[in-house]
Design a protein around this ligand. Structure first.
Ligand SMILES: *[C@@H]1O[C@H](CO)[C@@H](O)[C@H](O)[C@H]1NC(C)=O
Ligand SMILES: *[C@@H]1O[C@H](CO)[C@@H](O)[C@H](O)[C@H]1NC(C)=O
Ligand SMILES: *[C@@H]1O[C@H](CO)[C@@H](O)[C@H](O)[C@H]1NC(C)=O
Ligand SMILES: *[C@@H]1O[C@H](CO)[C@@H](O)[C@H](O)[C@H]1NC(C)=O
Length: 336
């Protein structure tokens, strides 16, 4: 080895050392900056028993991170079908950014993924609160499947998950991703200590009339013993309700008088504020959310919801002469 080669070696070694030092430094910084400062907020009020699985501790951290001071948060479940339709989640999040006073609400929005793929997608979007829910798989293994395995699984995991959230004392708005948020809905949800506020496909004008057709695409639940009991019964009905959507199961529980039996105060939400494709709000200036209900495919929902958001963005709700027609959704029933 010549002297020059040796010198090169030394220089290389110094460069290598410097690089390593830099990398370590950068990694340390990255760790400090990552949004998972969650260890800073340990759960003080829950001492999990040894048999509790670790997902429950992660859940406490996720709920605490997303909730407002009054233990209220917004929850949406990441649906694989919507992700495959490429854009439903993006449109949903975009509506929060472009809506009136809704931007800050994304900090209180917990996106719950029931599979790894959905979880990774949530992380890629850099949403601050992504949670991977594993759930109790043994609970679901005995299921007789009439609809697709994935759909049934997702549906009941969602009920299982939301029941768990209530058990931990968190109130929430549940919103499907096929709902665009145009105005902060909380003002319209403040009522008289109701236990549950449910959106409707069609509103019959009477907020406390249980013959309203409920829609589980958007609702508010306050955490208490009654609502915990409701979700327990809802989840327990999974075996008796083969081939039924979880919304239909809640509907049938409602018709069986469960709200009265549990002593619950329930109010149905006017489509004036919580609009949908089944029944458009009669006043654009009042609308908080728009749900792509009465629409058959995810693709059609996406097209017509995008039209709603774009019209809203152009006129900000005020100078609009009316909603765009939900043409793609109407057509979705004709094709098969
Ligand atoms: C999961 O479900 C099974 C069957 O219902 C039950 O025995 C078990 O205790 C559950 N486990 C957890 C962690 O909830
Ligand atoms: C549902 O059915 C499965 C198997 O068919 C059973 O293991 C489970 O206990 C049932 N759950 C309820 C709530 O009845
Ligand atoms: C929680 O606090 C927010 C923000 O102050 C408010 O808009 C909301 O109505 C409160 N929710 C409940 C259930 O009290
Ligand atoms: C719920 O029930 C438990 C046990 O029966 C009771 O200790 C608790 O105070 C109740 N909580 C509410 C909010 O009613």
């Amino acid at each position: 080895m010549s002297a020059i080669d040796l010198k090169f070696c030394t220089v290389n070694r110094i460069t290598l050392l410097a690089t390593i030092t830099l990398l370590v430094f950068a990694a340390t910084l990255a760790c400090l900056w990552a949004p998972i400062n969650i260890t800073l907020f340990p759960s003080f009020n829950s001492f999990p028993s040894p048999q509790e699985t670790s997902f429950q501790d992660d859940l406490e951290v996720a709920l605490k991170g997303a909730a407002m001071r009054n233990k209220t948060l917004i929850i949406s479940i990441l649906n694989k079908a919507y992700m495959e339709e490429n854009g439903m989640l993006d449109l949903f999040l975009r509506s929060f950014r472009e809506g009136d006073g809704t931007d800050f609400l994304t900090r209180h929005l917990l996106l719950v993924a029931v599979d790894e793929e959905a979880f990774q997608h949530c992380r890629r979007l850099k949403h601050p609160h992504c949670f991977r829910f594993v759930g109790n798989e043994t609970d679901l293994s005995g299921e007789v499947v009439y609809m697709s395995v994935g759909f049934i699984d997702m549906m009941w995991k969602r009920t299982q998950f939301l029941g768990e959230v209530l058990r931990r004392g968190y109130n929430f708005i549940f919103t499907d991703m096929d709902v665009v948020w145009l105005r902060n809905p909380f003002a319209k949800l403040q009522g008289n200590g109701e236990d549950m506020l449910l959106s409707c496909d069609k509103y019959n004008g009477r907020a406390d009339d249980e013959s309203n057709s409920l829609n589980t695409g958007f609702y508010f639940v306050a955490a208490n013993n009654k609502t915990v009991a409701l979700f327990d019964e809802w989840y327990a009905a999974r075996n008796k309700s083969r081939g039924m959507k979880e919304q239909d199961v809640l509907s049938s529980l409602k018709n069986g008088g469960i709200f009265k039996r549990l002593g619950m105060r329930v109010r149905f939400l006017d489509t004036l504020y919580f609009s949908g494709f089944c029944e458009d709000s009669r006043d654009l200036r009042q609308v908080s959310t728009v749900h792509a209900n009465c629409c058959r495919t995810a693709k059609a929902k996406l097209a017509d919801l995008r039209a709603v958001l774009e019209t809203w963005k152009a006129f900000h709700g005020y100078k609009m002469s009316g909603w765009p027609k939900h043409r793609v959704c109407s057509a979705s029933w004709k094709t098969s």
